[in-house]
Design a protein around this ligand. Structure first.
Ligand SMILES: NC(=O)c1ccc[n+]([C@@H]2O[C@H](COP(=O)([O-])OP(=O)(O)OC[C@H]3O[C@@H](n4cnc5c(N)ncnc54)[C@H](OP(=O)(O)O)[C@@H]3O)[C@@H](O)[C@H]2O)c1
Length: 287
């Protein structure tokens, strides 16, 4: 039985891993939140791992606030780049596997076709730049690793689009949601299941990056409308342009991920985003 450390355990994806790990008894997972393990500190990592004989690390810790990252550039880089170098170096020195997560924000979204893993990276905001630096640092270290690049992450947990729309629908009659950004939502629970199910398979580290997202392309306004439809909620969604929305942060307009590599390498049939949204809403109702 292999033993894995999961960092950032109280974040959205960390909580998805906590839930899904209960379905699998083939591996042992130890979860650490930021108080227990600060990934920016090499000492903290060393200390936490010294009591455990890990085979691998799954890094769910990150700085994810896209708006704040524009001002907290150093902090974003400390967590998304320097700390990733820390973990990668530790993994290399101790012969551990490393699974890491990145974002569609490493692409500029100017292409009009699906983004493959090797397509040109050109992040348009500070969050994307810090995540891209993390990816590149990890590649240089050459530890056994793979990075899952994901987009529009949602789940029953934490601060995400689905939970935010539900919260707004409790007080608002109408909201504006942008309809000129396209993407593929990623369901955290399905992602965690894909990782845990395949992590011990010989093909898992065949590539050092995989795109992963649910099947189907949508817009934020369509995504919001579907949430309300499935919840039988009558809040009105008014589609608007990104330029009409009060935000100074640039976001990729068409960062639609091509998932062919992971589908082929893992023999994976990825579920449609609407199906996974229904599962997410059912789980939220039961929380
Ligand atoms: N959310 C999305 O839409 C999205 C889209 C594409 C890719 N991703 C990527 O997916 C991964 C998971 O995202 P998520 O949505 O689960 O993020 P999240 O909910 O913000 O979780 C990240 C966790 O990391 C913790 N953390 C921050 N700094 C840390 C440190 N120095 N040491 C240890 N833990 C630390 C955070 O703690 P605090 O909350 O206390 O700061 C939080 O619990 C990230 O790599 C992210 O870049 C996310």
């Amino acid at each position: 039985m292999a033993k894995f450390l999961i960092t950032g355990a109280d974040g959205q994806l960390g909580q998805c891993f906590q839930l899904v790990a209960q379905e699998f008894s083939s591996n042992d997972f130890i979860f650490a939140n930021q108080n227990e393990l600060d990934i920016t500190s090499a000492n903290s990592l060393k200390k936490f791992c010294s009591n455990n004989n890990f085979d691998g690390i799954i890094n769910c810790a990150a700085y994810t606030n896209v708006e704040k990252a524009e001002k907290q550039i150093q902090k974003a880089n400390r967590v998304n780049a320097d700390a990733v170098k820390n973990i990668g170096t530790f993994a290399k020195e101790n012969s551990l596997f490393l699974v890491h997560f990145s974002t569609d924000h490493v692409f500029d979204g100017h292409m009009k076709k699906l983004y493959k893993e090797e397509d040109r990276k050109n992040p348009v905001n500070e969050y994307g730049k810090s995540k891209y630096r993390g990816e590149e640092l990890l590649k240089k270290i050459k530890c056994t690793h793979t990075t899952f690049r994901i987009s529009w992450l949602f789940s029953p947990f934490g601060d995400n689009f689905v939970n935010n729309i539900i919260k707004l629908s409790e007080t608002e009659k109408e909201i504006k949601v942008v309809n000129d950004q396209r993407g593929r939502p990623t369901y955290g629970i399905d992602l965690a299941r894909v990782v845990i199910k395949n992590i011990s398979k010989p093909y898992f580290f065949n590539y050092n990056s995989y795109n992963y997202a649910q099947l189907g392309v949508t817009t934020w306004s369509e995504f919001a409308s579907k949430i309300l439809k499935y919840k039988n909620n009558s809040m009105n969604i008014t589609p608007c342009l990104t330029s009409e929305y009060p935000s100074d942060v640039k976001r990729p307009k068409y960062a639609v991920l091509d998932t062919t590599r992971i589908e082929n390498n893992f023999s994976l049939r990825i579920k449609n985003w609407e199906l996974t949204l229904k599962d997410c809403l059912n789980r939220i109702d039961k929380l």
